[in-house]
Design a binder for this molecule. Structure first.
Ligand SMILES: C[S@@+](CC[C@H](N)C(=O)[O-])C[C@H]1O[C@@H](n2cnc3c(N)ncnc32)[C@H](O)[C@@H]1O
Length: 354
């Protein structure tokens, strides 16, 4: 929304636009410190001062102060916010790219200002620390990379689809994870991508064309029991709509618009989507639940509700693919303070009975 608004202001230079974005984000990041009765200009200046002070002297803010002001009071009723997490929320988010399979080094050299996240799978995960508008680069238009959060990339690695398999990305949205799954499948096999919002699928198709992804079918699905196909899949990913608490560093305004009631309602939607999508998993196939939230009811609560209704699925241990040697766990939480990406939760099951 902000990006569209800035684009419409044709007289604004790119640097001025970037400055406006920074001011808007710091306003919402530091809203809990601002005097709502003071003129808006004063509040913006105050927020900016706080952001600068935090960048220079983070220890000048106490844990207690951050926990009390950086997040809404109701949050403590849905999760246990830690001081480390709240500190991460107050910093600037990092910008992550996913290069086309095997192209990490080439893309990093082409763009400059990139750090490669690691070896193996992570050789195509790049952190961009430069200031160029990546949407205007030739490499972007050639489909050499996508902007994708590092923890979203982790979800694709956990799905780990093999070339030739059949996968369904049930809540595909604009296709961030669909494109990653297609890349991991080396464009072989079949990928269904569905969403209930048609304009998102239109964007997905545009992105797939740019990334030269062709082994997919995009189709609407409203999340109900009538599935878009009778195909039985090797794997189904439900990257469910959620409260987005995990994205509060990147989207600070969402801290002040989401409510505890939304969290409750969303956990019911997530369970319904998971139960319905599970019907598409073939015997022996895998079901992956991902959500960029850290609220109990949307994470462990959904997992428990699903298992009660679908005992034919057995939970599989998940390892954090971003941390070498990470111990397997039943339900994986990825935290911004640990990975530098959006907070995320992932669970995996296998259909062990008909
Ligand atoms: C977290 S987003 C998906 C992001 C996407 N997978 C990506 O990586 O770019 C959740 C998606 O679920 C879709 N959604 C919301 N309610 C739904 C429903 N009842 N049935 C199907 N999709 C739904 C939303 O339109 C949204 O695109």
């Amino acid at each position: 929304m902000l990006r569209m608004e800035l684009k419409a202001q044709r007289s604004l230079s790119r640097d001025a636009g970037a400055q406006v974005s920074k001011l808007v984000f710091s306003y919402f990041r530091w809203l809990g410190w601002l005097d709502r009765g003071s003129p808006v200009r004063e509040r913006i200046n105050h927020a900016w001062d706080l952001a600068e002070r935090f960048a220079a002297q983070p220890e000048s803010f106490t844990d207690a102060e951050l926990l009390a002001r950086a997040v809404p009071d109701w949050l403590a009723t849905v999760m246990e916010p830690s001081a480390d997490w709240v500190r991460a929320l107050q910093g600037e988010p990092r910008l992550w790219l996913r290069a086309h399979r095997g192209q990490g080094r080439v893309v990093a050299e082409n763009l400059g200002d990139c750090h490669i996240r690691g070896a193996g799978l992570l050789a195509d995960t790049l952190e961009y620390v430069g200031r160029s508008d990546l949407f205007r680069t030739g490499a972007f238009h050639e489909g050499a990379f996508e902007l994708q959060d590092v923890n979203s990339q982790a979800v694709g690695f956990i799905c780990n689809p093999r070339p030739g398999e059949k996968w369904w990305d049930a809540c595909a949205g604009e296709g961030g994870k669909t494109l990653h799954l297609a890349d991991l499948m080396e464009n072989q096999g079949l990928l269904w991508a569905s969403d209930r919002t048609p304009w998102r699928l239109t964007k997905l198709k545009r992105r797939a064309a740019r990334a030269r992804v062709f082994n997919y079918r995009a189709t609407p699905w409203d999340g109900g029991p009538r599935l878009p196909t009778k195909t039985q899949f090797d794997g189904v990913l439900v990257d469910a709509p959620c409260s987005g608490i995990g994205t509060w560093q990147r989207n600070p305004h969402a801290r002040w618009t989401i409510t505890a009631q939304d969290v409750k309602e969303l956990s019911e939607v997530q369970t319904r989507l998971l139960v319905n999508a599970a019907v598409g998993v073939k015997p022996g196939g895998r079901l992956v639940y991902a959500a960029c939230t850290l609220a109990r009811s949307e994470t462990a609560g959904v997992v428990a509700a699903f298992e009660e209704r679908c005992p034919q699925f057995t939970r599989e241990p998940v390892c954090d693919p971003l941390t070498s040697g990470a111990a397997p766990c039943d339900l994986l939480y990825l935290w911004p303070q640990e990975t530098g990406g959006n907070g995320m939760c992932v669970a995996v099951w296998r259909r062990t009975a008909g």
